[in-house]
Design a protein around this ligand. Structure first.
Ligand code: NAD
Length: 370
């Protein structure tokens, strides 16, 4: 197949306009932007002007009927991901869907069923995995360069002021599903689980709304066990006065550390090892510093997806792969509600947490309002 992939963007708000549309523009040799959908007229008009697209739609159903794109980017509020992803696949498109993929394991299983039914794939945005530094670190950890991972740390301590929750979908279980852990810390959580080898086995957590006037949590802490015997610590907040994303794998021969806020670019990663006198010693030149190592990660993941679409191959991070992160988040919320460690595989059909990421959330809000 030599023609360009025809791609439509559904949702031209914050991340649609800031990351997806520029990524498509940067890949113009491989993709053609064929439509933008957003019920907000001002947003779709502005996006159409900025990114040179005249096919502007207020609803996706009409767009699918008239345009039949090859790939649909879904960058809407989370509660619309499942219906739009399913509609897109049934209309013949592959899907590149923003995180969180959806609001429950039951919903993820419905999306996976439609992948099987249609032969189309729904890929979850996991851009932190696609930064040059992350890819290099993951490859090094898998091939044993730094020895066995022992302790994994992912602390996402961000700040969001009151106006952040003006967007009507934010802060509520029905539309956002979860708070700081699911919305803000998603990338660091997904990345640490992947870097540790993907074998998380159980989690003990506490998720609470400690400050903001919202229903979903604004802070959580969690301890993790991995099947390998490694352990982990995850903190996810939006109430910090010193915003940072700090991610670290302490392995047998080195620490690999990401110190950043939003971008896990190569330069934000470092490797240290114990040197003379037990002092930490930076390892220089640990990564191949090539131009593609610095590429915007939304774009790098899209590039990978397009290559797979063109070759007719299964891409990474289809529904069953990203479901592992969704299951981890669900287990963290269930642990918080039940005050015990939750094992992977424990949440199945019939459990309220199978039907909702934070099934205990609404009752927690009621108790708080008392
Ligand atoms: N990967 C990342 O780094 C990242 C960063 C921010 C947000 N996100 C995720 O992206 C998604 C969107 O977040 P945002 O901050 O851009 O939200 P936003 O509110 O800024 O934008 C969402 C857009 O979707 C539009 N929309 C609503 N209903 C629609 C429909 N039926 N069809 C088409 N468009 C519709 C809205 O009008 C709005 O323009 C969320 O899932 C969020 O968690 C990801």
């Amino acid at each position: 197949m030599s023609s360009r992939a025809r791609i439509a963007v559904i949702g031209a708000g914050g991340i649609g306009a800031a990351a997806h549309l520029p990524a498509i523009q940067a890949l113009a040799a491989d993709v053609e932007l064929v439509a933008i959908v957003d019920p907000d007229e001002a947003r779709r008009t502005a996006a159409g002007e900025t990114f040179g697209c005249e096919a502007l739609y207020a609803d996706a159903t009409t767009m699918f009927a008239e345009i039949a794109p090859d790939i649909a980017v879904v960058a809407t509020p989370p509660h619309l991901h499942e219906p739009l992803a399913i509609e897109a696949m049934r209309a013949g498109a592959w899907v590149y869907c923003e995180k969180p993929l959806t609001g429950s394991l039951a919903s993820a299983d419905r999306i996976a069923a439609v992948e099987a039914e249609t032969g189309r794939w729904c890929v979850t945005v996991s851009q932190f995995r696609y930064s040059g530094g992350s890819r290099q670190v993951e490859a090094d950890l898998r091939n044993g360069r730094w020895g066995r991972p022992l302790v994994g740390i992912a602390h996402t301590n961000w700040y969001r002021g009151p106006e952040y929750w003006d967007a009507p979908w934010r802060g509520k279980f029905a539309t956002e599903f979860g708070g700081s852990t699911t919305t803000q810390a998603y990338h660091a959580v997904d990345l640490i689980l992947w870097l540790m080898g993907g074998d998380w086995a159980s989690v003990s957590g506490i998720a609470e709304t400690v400050s903001r006037p919202i229903d979903v949590e604004d802070a959580s802490v969690a301890s993790v066990r991995f099947a390998s015997g490694a352990i982990g610590s995850i903190v996810s907040t939006v109430v910090s006065h010193d915003p940072e994303t700090k991610l670290q794998v302490i392995a047998e021969k080195a620490n690999v550390t990401l110190d950043t806020l939003y971008l896990p670019l190569l330069d934000e990663w470092s490797v240290t090892t114990i040197g003379e006198g037990d002092a930490a010693m930076r390892v220089d030149g640990w990564a191949a510093d090539e131009p593609e190592m610095h590429v915007n990660a939304h774009r790098a993941q899209l590039e990978d997806l397009i290559a797979c679409w063109r070759a007719g191959e299964k891409p990474k991070l289809t529904t069953l792969e990203s479901r592992a992160t969704l299951e981890f988040l669900t287990a963290l919320y269930k642990s918080s509600a039940e005050g015990r460690e939750i094992a992977r595989g424990e949440i199945v059909d019939g459990d309220p947490f199978y039907e909702a990421l934070d099934a205990s959330g609404p009752a927690r809000v009621e108790a708080r309002r008392g």
